[in-house]
Design a protein around this ligand. Structure first.
Ligand code: ADP
Length: 209
């Protein structure tokens, strides 16, 4: 986070004199309390300072990167998940390839009976099935997909960081977001490397308040 000179000065004053009232900080900078109000609000919201009623401001002792990490650790999957693109298990490899192009995604989820997750299809799964195969319309995707129970999943309230960890460990591009419903896992979303990238960009932008 880029702090202004005045904000740096405020932090320094609070570090040395805290707990200290807004009035006293303003005195030390020869400014009015009203002029300082936005800076104090920013520093408090960003987590550098904390304010206690009738006590004043004190320094939290947290560095910029600690505050950033704290924020990142609160991100949940449902804030960044996208719509799942699904195909039924009897759909042909040919049709799955068309769906992948039309929907502009890199991973398809394979379902049966009302969105129950049975498999995953990646770009390379479809490429592999296509090499040397003349009749892609007659091969159903369930023959070539990665199937349950070998599928890494996440749920909407999982931490984004834990989902990101799974993508790295399994070296995959995406996870289905699922909801257990008694009969199996219902596919309700899609979390990809792009979702994680979006979260990072948002985090960086937020830092400039
Ligand atoms: P690509 O194969 O195009 O590089 P991935 O790295 O995502 O894309 O997929 C690698 C392999 O892992 C594929 O065989 C795919 O079926 C499988 N896969 C993809 N996503 C998952 C997942 N969530 N759980 C288990 N396997 C997956």
């Amino acid at each position: 986070m880029d702090l202004s000179n005045r904000q740096e000065q405020i932090i320094q004053i609070v570090k040395e004199n805290g707990p200290i009232t807004g009035e006293n900080i303003a005195d030390q900078l020869s400014l009015t309390r009203a002029t300082l109000r936005p800076d104090l609000a920013i520093l408090t919201m960003a987590g550098f300072l904390d304010a206690r009623p009738r006590v004043g401001y004190f320094f939290t002792g947290k560095t910029g990167s600690e505050l950033l990490t704290e924020k990142l650790k609160k991100f949940k999957v449902h804030e960044y998940q996208g719509l799942p693109i699904v195909v039924e298990e009897d759909v042909s490899v040919y049709d799955a390839i068309c769906t992948m192009f039309l929907e502009d995604v890199g991973t398809l989820f394979v379902t049966k009976e009302q969105s129950l997750l049975v498999g995953v299809l990646s770009r390379k799964d479809l490429l592999r099935a296509s090499i040397g195969n003349q009749d892609l319309t007659s091969i159903p995707v369930h023959i070539i997909m990665t199937r349950m129970p070998n599928i890494s999943i996440c749920e909407k309230d999982d931490l984004l960081l834990d989902a990101a960890q799974k993508l790295i460990e399994k070296q995959i591009d995406g996870l289905p977001v699922v909801k257990p419903n008694g009969q199996g896992l219902e596919v309700v979303g899609r979390l990809t490397k792009t979702s994680i990238t979006k979260a990072l960009v948002e985090l960086a932008r937020d830092q400039h308040l």
